[in-house]
Design a protein around this ligand. Structure first.
Ligand SMILES: Nc1ncnc2c1ncn2[C@@H]1O[C@H](COP(=O)(O)OP(=O)(O)O)[C@@H](O)[C@H]1O
Ligand code: SF4
Ligand SMILES: [Mg+2]
Length: 331
């Protein structure tokens, strides 16, 4: 049985704290009791429209939330560390957390150009990974060449001698994937890794991420607003809306028989799933701002199935069918 790499439990983040950690008059809670886990080598996706709290959740896991304003106000982030029991990343020292980042959990962000140093060659930057991670490698150059080959690069010497501005966005993002995998992390967090790229290279970059993670046994937390991407690459997924997870399960269950109206709305908006673009539908309205979040169903004002029982101040109940679950009054 595969083991759990990461377990996020009841994680809530709020903005609006002072330097001393005390909340301002009205702190704004942007995520509400987020629960999910990722197993060894699993490709897990967190999907939802912009502003749902996906990046805040990733930043909370990595302890990269903007301070002092943002704070984890409840919950835990359990990471299984080498040979030991899971540790709560929200509780360890920042020094210890620096060891976790890069070596045990690596990240890939939207803009590869911002992740790379413009004045250093790719070779130098890839070699520097070994200086800062706590993993020994007998032959760093061989490891780099091996991963670059697996990432689809042909003229490796030219790539190694290039500066970032000499390569395309798709090539740079594939280099960021190689860089993230060099220290052999257990988990990669990829936050919208292809959003800034041309549509034509998006699939290539995601295929490289999926393949390299599979061959190295690394788990992936992919964050995206694109349901089409999730359906193609993720094994399990969670759908987030207005700071809460509203549906979660194996991708084939969630996509094949979605339970939550929001998930159905996101699926109806994927162009590829419709032969006739006339049937393509968007969800009316938009994600509310966090300061307007209600305790009851936050999707109610956009939901075509909204009925009287949905308008209470109760959090929608969790309905489970095996490992597939959704939070809604009308399932
Ligand atoms: N630095 C910040 N200060 C205040 N609010 C923020 C900050 N960053 C994000 N938020 C708020 O947190 C919510 C979730 O944002 P985010 O996690 O970036 O969404 P997503 O990644 O799903 O698009 C949004 O309502 C956003 O306005
Ligand atoms: S609880 Fe009601 S309003 Fe909310 S998503 Fe379900 S059906 Fe729609
Ligand atoms: Mg984001």
């Amino acid at each position: 049985m595969s083991e759990r790499v990461l377990e996020v439990k009841d994680l809530s983040v709020a903005f609006g704290h002072h330097k001393n950690g005390e909340p301002a008059t009205r702190p704004v809670q942007v995520t509400d009791r987020i629960n999910f886990h990722i197993d060894d080598g699993e490709f897990f996706a967190l999907v939802g429209e912009s502003g749902c709290g996906k990046s805040v959740t990733a930043m909370a896991i990595l302890r990269l939330l903007p301070t002092p304003s943002a704070k984890v106000v409840a919950g835990s982030v359990l990471l299984r560390r080498e040979g030991g029991e899971p540790v709560d990343l929200t509780k360890i020292s920042l020094k210890e957390m620096q060891k976790v980042r890069g070596s045990e959990i690596a990240c890939i962000f939207q803009e590869p150009m911002q992740a790379l140093n413009p004045v250093l060659t790719i070779k130098r930057q890839l070699l520097e990974v070994f200086k800062f991670c706590n993993r020994h490698c007998d032959d760093p150059m061989a490891a780099i060449r091996n991963l670059l080959t697996q990432a689809g690069f042909k003229d490796i010497d030219r790539v190694l001698d290039s500066y970032p501005h000499e390569l395309s966005g798709g090539m740079l993002q594939r280099i960021c994937i190689v860089m993230a995998l060099l220290p052999k992390p257990k988990l990669i967090i990829a936050d919208e890794p292809t959003t800034a790229l041309d549509v034509t290279v998006q699939a290539q970059v995601l295929a490289v991420l999926k393949e390299l993670a599979a061959t190295t046994g690394t788990a992936v937390l992919l964050i995206t607003h694109n349901m089409g991407i999730v359906s193609q690459y993720a094994e399990r997924m969670a759908v987030m809306y207005a700071g809460r997870i509203v549906e979660m399960g194996a991708t084939k269950e969630v996509i094949g028989s979605p339970m939550h109206p929001y998930t159905r709305g996101l699926l109806a908006a994927i162009p590829e799933s419709h032969e006739d673009l006339g049937t393509l539908r968007s969800i009316p309205g938009q994600v509310p701002h966090a300061r307007d979040f209600v305790q009851g169903c936050r999707f109610a004002d956009r939901c075509e199935f909204c009925d009287k029982p949905c308008l209470t101040a109760e959090v929608p109940p969790c309905v489970k069918v095996g490992t597939h679950e959704a939070h809604c009054f009308k399932i």
